[in-house]
Design a protein around this ligand. Structure first.
Ligand code: FAS
Ligand code: PHB
Length: 397
């Protein structure tokens, strides 16, 4: 088989890239290790920046997102039992975010992929990259008891943190930056009405919590837990009890509990690999970077990587120019490091670090006291939360 772009991974990055390339008439094949059901079963992101919404609209998959997504113009920080609203719209000149789960984004992209007639191979095993540092890369994979080969012009590594693409790059050609946090997030999804109409980020003496949602009838909650915890250590009742203890009395009273539809523990890390291009292999999304989910940046960064990559590939084929490909890493990384910095900073601000002493907690309290009683402080949270404009990666200043 021959194609113009082989995309490894059918998560949001791979599916979105496939759709943008298809719309531009660029033939592409997606190879995904898991089944489509498995991919849809992973419960992840919940908040889209306007830039990501615009890219999904450009990809022609925004109809249900606009019909079912919930526009949010602010969120609460609950600190020492007090609720403080961060008014995103007022602090950023009218900008806001859209609450629409990654599962639904993926479902919309899968439907568009099926309608496109492009080839998607699910349960593709042993994907292996060949000669991506040359002009004629090729990929092999196993499926249906046979080994297949695809000759291609480019390989897009959209295969997430544990994928094969970044791992295929010689160690001498790549630099990896990583910070692992000393706790995880225990997430629970339930068909219960959200405790509040906007998100609540909690910094309590017992640890971080987050009250989020997927719709007006489906809620998503998180608790900071020790890295040693296992999801089977947490009954539904234990989860709800602990969440109540971390909330203010009004929210604890208003909380509607119910059976978990899904429960999982996610580790938290900050991770960036540089560069993101290796000859004819280009990385996008979690394959190249990971953020702690506190700032709701992971999926949004993936969307802008993919938009930059799609534009660069379209320029290559339409204008016979590699200017976009040659600046792809630089454009993405400037944006990525800004999001990494905010996600790290917001995580430090809102979590209790088990290996830190009382004075660090006092510093944290004083920083929160400043931020929550200062227009400039609140604005710095709001500006970073709503995200950077799409052309930020292009700007020199
Ligand atoms: P993904 O990891 O989503 O997709 C990669 C795909 O590649 C997967 O389907 C995988 O099966 C496939 N793959 C891997 N190796 C392969 C191989 N060798 N061959 C073929 N296919 C292969 N972000 C937020 O903004 N908010 C959150 O709350 C949040 N929570 C998260 C919780 C967890 C547990 C994780 C892991 C991430 C979370 N994220 C969150 C970040 C998440 O939303 C990512 O940013 C998003 O999934 C990125 O999408 P992709 O880059 O497509 O990577
Ligand atoms: C979610 O709804 O899953 C979510 C929302 C905001 C975050 C992280 C996760 O910062």
């Amino acid at each position: 088989m021959r194609t113009q772009v082989v995309i490894v991974g059918a998560g949001p990055s791979g599916l979105l890239l496939g759709q943008l390339l298809h719309q531009a008439g660029i033939d592409n094949v997606i190879l995904e290790r898991q089944s489509a059901e498995y991919v849809l079963g992973r419960i992840r992101a919940g908040v889209l920046e306007q830039v990501a919404v615009d890219i999904l609209d450009e990809a022609g998959v925004g109809q249900r997102m606009h019909a079912e997504g919930l526009p949010h113009e602010g969120f609460d920080l609950l600190v020492d039992g007090q609720r403080h609203r961060i008014d995103l719209a007022r602090l950023t000149g009218g900008r806001r975010v859209l609450v629409y789960g990654q599962t639904e984004v993926t479902r919309d992209l899968m439907a568009a992929r099926a309608a496109s007639g492009q080839t998607t191979v699910y349960e593709a095993a042993n994907v292996t990259l060949h000669d991506f540092d040359g002009e004629r890369p090729w990929v092999t994979y196993a499926h249906g008891g046979q080994t297949h080969r695809i000759d291609t012009d480019f390989i897009a590594g959209c295969d997430g943190f544990h994928g094969v693409c970044r791992a295929s790059v010689p160690r001498s050609a790549i630099t990896e930056y990583e910070k692992v946090y000393p706790f995880g997030w225990l997430g629970l999804l339930s068909d219960t009405p959200p405790v509040h109409h906007e998100l609540i980020y909690v910094n309590s003496p017992r640890g971080f919590a987050l009250c989020s949602m997927r719709s007006r009838t489906r809620s998503r909650y998180y608790l900071q837990v020790p890295l040693t915890d296992k999801v089977e250590d947490w009954s539904d009742a234990a989860f709800w009890d602990e969440l109540r203890r971390r909330l203010d009395p009004a929210a604890a009273e208003a909380l509607v509990t119910g059976p978990a539809l899904e429960k999982s523990i996610a580790p938290l890390r900050s991770f960036v690999s540089e560069p993101m291009r290796f000859g004819r292999l280009l990385l996008a999304g979690d394959a190249a970077h990971i953020v702690p989910p506190t700032g709701a940046k992971g999926l949004n960064l993936a969307a802008t990587d993919v938009k930059y990559l799609a534009d660069a590939l379209i320029e290559h084929y339409r204008e016979r120019s590699d200017a976009g490909l040659n600046t792809y890493s630089e454009r993405c990384l400037r944006r990525i490091w800004r999001a990494e910095r905010f996600s790290w900073w917001f995580t430090r601000l809102m979590h209790r670090f088990p290996n830190e002493g009382e004075i660090e907690h006092k510093f944290q309290q004083a920083e929160l006291d400043y931020l929550l009683h200062s227009e400039a402080g609140a604005r710095t949270i709001a500006e970073n939360y709503v995200g950077l404009p799409l052309d930020f990666g292009l700007r020199r200043a």
